[in-house]
Design a protein around this ligand. Structure first.
Ligand code: NAP
Length: 281
């Protein structure tokens, strides 16, 4: 990992950079595949070694792009993929993982997540995750789109083992988790992976972010990411299919937001004052 990126410690003690790479919408078109591969490699060159993907994205197409991007440099990468809830029975999870490994052209996934809660009982999914771990096919497991009550239920189902991460929607425009889930996760030592950290691009060009960016000679996207980097135990995973924008996103780690910057952000994007159900994209 490059020294510039802050790190987050996972429950097993492993450290990963707090800024990674998303892949949703990658692999959807052949035309953009080489730029997507180049973007992921540009991120790896900078030490953005957490790559987040899922069997859902482009029906496995994103995993194939990732497989190509990490060819020859597997050792550098902390791979995250996800099983769809419809596949998350005990047997279904095992089969889905095998299929993901094939598309990723690797023999293990560092972190394997349940994409969101579905109808299969959590106990069966956890059993499969633990079996995959025992077989060395995954290094750790976790969940995505789990609110605090879901996490508490999961803890009781999985005991004595625990999830290694919870990936949820978190960005300046969606600060709901700051009311409860974020602090609870920090206390439990379960890292939050902040997905859609640029609110799917909607935060780009926001006037207040532009204004703060002006002070730091930075873009609005960089300010949005720098905000997330101020939060302990949070890994942001912006997606870009452009190597230049990946490099731009990396430089968010160089920004030190002042208390006045943070005050302006709170004014433009007020933190939550009451509990709201976890939002999902
Ligand atoms: P995002 O990262 O917030 O935003 C991506 C959009 O922003 C893309 O349109 C991208 O366009 C643009 N962008 C990126 N960097 C930029 C920059 N510096 N300047 C201007 N535009 C920029 O949204 P996301 O892809 O939804 O979320 C990130 C990752 O989180 C996903 O890719 C996926 O891995 C994960 N995710 C997980 C879940 C879940 O349920 N677990 C749900 C959603 C997302 P270009 O590609 O053209 O640069």
């Amino acid at each position: 990992m490059k020294a510039e990126l802050p790190a987050v410690t996972l429950p097993g003690g492993r450290q990963v950079p707090a800024l990674g790479l998303g892949t949703w919408h990658m692999g959807e078109s052949r035309v953009s595949a080489s730029a997507e591969t180049a973007s992921l490699r540009a991120g790896l060159d900078l030490g953005m070694t957490v790559i987040d993907t899922a069997e859902m994205y482009a029906d496995g197409g994103a995993e194939m792009v990732v497989g190509e991007a990490i060819r020859g440099r597997r050792e550098e990468v902390f791979l995250v993929s996800k099983v769809l809830p419809y596949n998350a029975s005990r047997a279904g999870t095992m089969a889905a993982c095998e299929a993901s490994l094939k598309r990723l052209r690797t023999d293990h996934i560092e972190l394997y997540l349940l994409h969101w809660r579905g109808n299969h009982p959590l106990a069966g999914t956890v059993e499969a995750f633990e079996a995959l771990k025992a077989q060395g096919k995954i290094g750790a497991w976790g969940v995505s789109n789990f609110d605090e009550s879901d996490m508490k239920e999961l803890f009781s189902v999985a005991e004595p083992v625990r999830p290694a991460a919870n990936q949820v929607l978190y960005n300046l425009a969606r600060r709901g988790i700051e009311f409860d889930l974020l602090r609870w996760s920090q206390m439990q030592g379960v890292p939050i992976m902040a997905y859609s950290p640029l609110d799917e691009g909607r935060l780009v060009g926001h006037p207040v972010l532009e204004e703060i960016g002006h002070i730091h000679d930075a873009s609005s996207a960089q300010v949005a990411l720098a905000f997330l980097l101020t939060k302990a135990g949070v890994i942001a995973i912006p997606k870009s299919g452009s190597p230049e924008r990946v490099r731009e996103n990396f430089r968010a780690s160089e920004i030190r937001l002042s208390s006045e910057d943070l005050r302006l952000l709170d004014e433009a994007f007020p933190p939550p004052s009451r509990k709201r159900p976890l939002e999902m994209i």
